[in-house]
Design a protein around this ligand. Structure first.
Ligand code: ZN
Length: 237
């Protein structure tokens, strides 16, 4: 798990923090370079009649950058697609492929595209999460590794890149990898609090601790995040 470079792709500002901020903080503390790619502008993150979508988008980008700083993430890209309207298009696949070929991560962390709802059936997964996940699995194969895919990226200097590892945060029973976040849970909570426009006075501290405890306990960890992982190519050396 000692990756040199990790890239986290997510749909909305704050998704990355909910799914993997504890793990990201563990990685950056160990010297892993981490890049964030936020696909949407987060501009549907308010039901207030007076909300201005462009103002909200600007605010949410600032909140996301502040959260990234807490976690030691120095590389933040915003693709700016309208919140709620993500589709798996060739344009999105090209944009994500550009980021992956540029950064050449050892591990790509993405939303699980197969998740339609939670196990308890109390939550329908957001369509943007699934669409971003689906675009990302296309990037994993064939887009990033295959020379004839998006030849225009070659003109921009982005050579093909074969992803070694793909991880998907999961709260479900399909988890195969648990990361001990006992030392970084405070940073995860601090990073989530940066998303003040979304958190309001919600007791994020309690909620995060309860979930991380539930994940960690069977593994003998105080707090954990859990992932479904894929090994797509053997590491070099
Ligand atoms: Zn989201």
């Amino acid at each position: 798990m000692d990756f040199e470079r990790a890239m986290i792709v997510f749909a909305h500002p704050d998704d990355g923090e909910f799914g993997s901020a504890g793990t990201v903080a563990v990685w950056t503390e160990r010297g892993t370079q981490v890049a964030y790619v936020c696909v949407t502008d987060g501009s549907a993150g308010s039901n207030e009649a007076s909300a201005d979508r462009d103002e909200l988008a600007a605010l949410r980008e600032r909140e996301q950058r502040a959260a990234a700083e807490v976690l030691g993430v120095e590389d933040c890209t915003f693709l700016g697609i309208r919140d709620g309207m993500v589709e798996v298009t060739l344009d999105l696949r090209r944009a994500l492929t550009r980021e992956v070929r540029r950064f050449r991560p050892d591990v790509l962390v993405i939303p699980d595209p197969s998740r339609l709802w939670d196990q308890e059936r109390t939550y329908i997964n957001h369509t943007d999460h699934r669409a971003v996940g689906m675009a990302c699995v296309a990037v994993a194969n064939p887009d990033s590794s295959t020379r004839p895919m998006f030849p225009e990226l070659l003109d921009e200097g982005f050579e093909p890149f074969e992803l070694p590892h793909l991880w998907m945060p999961t709260w479900g029973e399909d988890a195969d990898t648990f990361v001990d976040i006992t030392e970084t849970i405070e940073k995860k909570i601090e990073a989530l609090r940066c998303h003040a426009s979304q958190i309001h006075d919600w007791p994020v501290d309690e909620w995060i601790r309860a979930r991380a405890k539930e994940r960690g306990a069977p593994q003998g960890m105080e707090y954990a995040e859990s992932f479904r992982t894929f090994r797509l190519r053997e590491d070099r050396d």
